[in-house]
Design a protein around this ligand. Sequence first.
Ligand SMILES: [Zn+2]
Ligand SMILES: [Zn+2]
Length: 376
Amino acid sequence: MRMPAAVLRATSTERPYGASRPVEIEEVELGDPREGEVRVRIAAASLCHSDLSVVNGDRVRPLPMVLGHEAVGVVEETGSGVRDVEAGDHVALVFVPSCGRCARCGEGRPALCAAAAEANGSGGLLHGPSLLRGSGGELIHHQLGVSAFARYAVVAQESVVKIPQDVPFSVASMFGCAVLTGAGAVINTAGVRPGQSVAVHGLGGVGLSAVLGARAAGAWPIVAVDPSPAKRELALRLGASHVFAPEDASAVADVTGGGAEFAVEAVGSPQVMAGCLQSVARGGTVVSVGLPAPGRTLEVPALAFAGEGKSLIGSYMGDAVPRRDIPRYLGLWRAGQMPVDQMHTGTVPLSGLNTAMEDLASGAAIRQIIDTSADV
Ligand SMILES: [Zn+2]
Ligand SMILES: [Zn+2]
């Protein structure tokens, strides 16, 4: 089928994105679902910082590519061999289509699936090459097995998680990436227990979701750090107990009794990572969630580990098991304990994507829903 989609043909760092327009809305061809695949009508897609990282080249991906990986939709058609979902089901899309058969999947860490990493790195799908073509018939890649800034996506059945039909699409869209990654970093990777102290550095969608995860885990205090006063204010509403600007590092130590037991680094900055390792309590753990640009290196005091019992650990997609975690987090949202709705800062049509990217990059927006059904 032919449909409008947001295509990135070359990386760009020229700002503002609203004027430089690195992404064009083009008519593209989307093939039919093959064995093990489903076609999903995209109901809401939200714009995530890792979309920007593909645009500016921090995340190196094969181009051209249809962007968008944090989304929800309705299953319209299933290929042969699809058993878990059927037409009419509401689904959240997840950006790691775990195979269920590799060593990492076998040990219960599907976020690190080898087959998914290979498919995502090549810009194809888990069960075959890309189904997207440009107007000249040229191959266009999928982003993370999804490509949701389009009216439809064909994805592996392993890329969808069925969700209840009464959850608003604008809410559900944030669960497949931001919430899974941020809350999972605290709950799954760090394993925070009630009463332990957590400091979250960087309050984008993932960092704010880490605040939500810390609240759900019963952490105290929950300290949120960001240069933006508006984001600090939002963190307070989401459950942070204290908020500070990055220059107030000593205040973080004061409210945590000398240093947090866990620091979540959601900026993707080696300097912030090093600062977190220095500031956590003896025996404390730094969880690296933000994605630094490739080639960046980290220099830290080597004695911090054996000498002070500190740890630095990485968390990809919040070490999530999506079919376990998304229903749990939706349950917490339903109970009022994970108010992700407050991260929603606007809805824009597909034609407004470049401006929306600028608003995300500048910090003016947190999570914007891209309405791919609107006319372009
Ligand atoms: Zn994302
Ligand atoms: Zn696997």
